[in-house]
Design a protein around this ligand. Structure first.
Ligand code: AHR
Length: 660
């Protein structure tokens, strides 16, 4: 009786513990010597588009909005302050003479004292200013006689001056001059504004009024925001796709991205309205333009800086098919194709060639070593294929080694996708760009998507993806743990199929907290701060642990593709002799994983386990709590070629151990 009671108690206890979610052991087998597909160095990259104030007001560190008065409303972002007489501040348009930068400001300074007449710029949702930092002011000006002084002031929202300098245009004549002055800020302020007060007597013409922080990436004058580039560099991306995205297509052809208008001196780069200015009525951004201060030279330079392959995407002779769907007649595609050919010359050509020379003049005589290029963004239908064929023939004839990325449209399935995917494969496309903005469940269900793809022929570029906690283009989408973990599970399927999938990138990349149109996004910023979302950390963990070759990891003899909510893939790194496992637990229960490694003689006695996740699937990072959900690394013991470890609820686990 006593014995039965004891048994019952034990049974009750174990049932109770099971009910509480006590760890169950799952035994995985890793076949470390069955070396499979090579993981491409390009496998994990980033997708850059100027959306959500990603470029102007974002990574491009210019603080002055509408610096050359070319927005549709020439004084948008500016206020004239003080006592203004009629004609004191004129917007002059020299369209006939300088079509790329027609407008400038003429200021009549008639015996003025400081505080009488001035301009104020509001910045991009304010200006982020840091105490003690040097700020570099520059302007292009023209005056017949010196006589005007300009007092520069950074002010906080209460009107306190938090940085000041004096600028005296010294040169005179009919030619435009560029002159600069620097000053330091005395306080930190995320929402500063910038004043220019005029003093003295005279008339001065002003254009390209600019203010940059000095702490840009690599301290380059007129450069990029250091913190934002650093987040990219930290990922060690295999490639950077740029400049989009829909902005490649333009809502109509006149607004397509034309790379030639984004290179050379910044004052000659013709600004256009950003299509995300008006795309979503529920997220209007009337002050969103593309100044192209971040242009194609800077994109190539950025890619080089962070060790990524550049992947420019070019317009294929079609405007966005969601908007006007304009197409260029087939026999008029010449200039579009020439743009593609010239871009290769710009990136790779000898300095004696026309476009190679421009690259050299811009400061980079060495080639950028461009290897691939995309033709079309989310284009579809026979109209796309007709145009693509003409591009492909011309590019391959001249540059047979350049790999081309082709579009499979907007969705990962359906009629459009099936048609394009079939036709592109028949055409022998180098790489097919697939996009998936789907619910987290889709990502889990599709972890096996590439297991049955053709092993030969066209390769896949998972060019844009993000799990949507609500639905595509909903303002309620969140970068939470649930979406990140579902992506992590899906990525095991990309890694396992590294012979099919050559490149992958989350989209969109950046979003400004006060200026976004689209969510979710990988990295969020305000004027001073930036943080990686849980989704960023997933991408980064994959990229930093990409290894060189896939090896099998099995659960009960099967690929790990969702059994009991578990997903896994494994690689080895031939360069470091490491075995790297990625195991995703998508359930809310802790599980114990026992990983038995077959084929190796010896493993180092200690490895590492890096865990990303949280019990609460709604958890997010924020500007105030940027590391709420971030990877934590600990040591794990290795016993007799096996590693046993807990797999936390909703977690991505990266296990790394040296093979001896
Ligand atoms: O990433 C946002 C947009 O999504 C891209 O511009 C476009 O390619 C896709 O529809």
């Amino acid at each position: 009786m006593k014995r039965n009671y004891k048994l019952l108690c034990l049974l009750g206890l174990s049932l109770g513990l099971a009910g509480q979610g006590l760890a169950q052991v799952k035994t995985f087998t890793v076949k470390a010597t069955q070396v499979g597909a090579a993981v491409q160095p390009t496998m994990w990259g980033v997708f850059f588009e100027d959306i959500n104030m990603g470029a102007d007001g974002g990574i491009y560190a210019e603080l002055v909005k509408n610096r050359s008065f070319e927005f549709n409303k020439p004084l948008m972002g500016w206020t004239v302050q003080g006592n203004k007489n009629e004609g004191d501040v004129l917007v002059i348009n020299r369209q006939e003479l300088k079509a790329a930068n027609p407008r400038f400001l003429r200021v009549k300074v008639d015996n003025r004292k400081k505080g009488d007449l001035g301009l104020q710029n509001e910045g991009f949702r304010g200006m982020g200013i840091k105490q003690g930092l040097r700020y570099d002011f520059s302007v292009m000006y023209r005056q017949s006689n010196p006589g005007v002084k300009m007092h520069l002031e950074l002010i906080d929202p209460k009107g306190n001056v938090i940085g000041a300098g004096v600028f005296t245009p010294t040169q005179s004549g009919n030619e435009w001059k560029k002159q600069a002055v620097s000053f330091n800020a005395t306080a930190t302020e995320p929402k500063a504004k910038f004043n220019i007060w005029f003093e003295g007597n005279g008339t001065v013409d002003l254009d390209m009024i600019s203010l940059f922080p000095s702490d840009t990436w690599k301290n380059r004058p007129g450069g990029l925001r250091g913190d934002m580039v650093q987040l990219l560099a930290d990922m060690k991306p295999g490639f950077i796709r740029f400049p989009g995205g829909c902005i490649v297509e333009g809502s109509d052809l006149s607004l397509r991205y034309q790379w030639k208008k984004t290179v050379g001196p910044v004052e000659d780069r013709e600004l256009i309205i950003n299509r995300w200015n008006y795309e979503f009525a529920h997220r209007p951004a009337p002050d969103y333009y593309q100044t192209f201060g971040l242009g194609f030279f800077e994109y190539f330079q950025l890619a080089e800086d962070v060790g990524a392959e550049p992947l420019p995407i070019l317009n294929c002779g079609m405007a966005c098919q969601f908007n006007t769907a304009e197409v260029v007649p087939l026999d008029e595609l010449g200039p579009y194709i020439q743009d593609a050919l010239d871009l290769i010359e710009f990136a790779n050509g000898d300095v004696s060639s026309k476009w190679g020379k421009l690259r050299a003049d811009m400061g980079h005589p060495k080639p950028f070593n461009l290897k691939m290029m995309g033709i079309g963004n989310e284009n579809w239908g026979p109209q796309y294929l007709e145009r693509l064929k003409i591009f492909t023939k011309a590019i391959k004839e001249k540059y047979p080694n350049i790999k081309l990325v082709n579009s499979s449209g907007t969705d990962p399935n359906g009629e459009r996708f099936d048609y394009l995917n079939g036709e592109l494969r028949k055409m022998g496309a180098d790489m097919i760009d697939e996009h998936y903005y789907r619910r987290p469940e889709w990502f889990l269900e599709n972890a096996t998507r590439y297991d049955n793809y053709p092993r030969n022929g066209s390769k896949v570029f998972a060019g844009e993806y993000a799990a949507q906690s609500d639905k595509t283009v909903s303002v309620d989408n969140k970068n939470n743990v649930k979406t990140a973990i579902s992506e992590a599970a899906f990525l095991t399927g990309l890694e396992r199929n590294a012979d099919v999938v050559y490149m992958a990138s989350y989209a969109p990349l950046f979003a400004h907290i006060d200026g976004w149109q689209w969510t979710p996004d990988m990295i969020w910023v305000d004027n001073l701060r930036s943080y990686g979302t849980p989704n960023y950390h997933v991408q980064k963990l994959y990229s930093l642990n990409k290894g060189t070759n896939v090896v099998p990891i099995l659960l009960n003899g099967q690929k790990v593709t969702g059994q009991d909510g578990l997903y896994a893939s494994a690689v080895i790194d031939k360069k470091t002799n490491e075995l790297i496992l990625k195991v995703v637990n998508t359930t809310d229960k802790e599980t114990e994983g026992a990983f038995s490694v077959e084929g190796v003689t010896k493993l180092q006695s200690k490895g590492t386990l890096t865990v990303l996740g949280a019990s609460d699937t709604e958890k997010v990072n924020t500007l105030d709590k940027p590391f709420e959900v971030s990877p934590k690394t600990q040591a794990v013991s290795v016993k007799k070629q096996a590693i046993t470890t807990k797999l936390a609820p909703n977690s991505l686990n990266v296990i790394k151990v040296k093979m001896l």
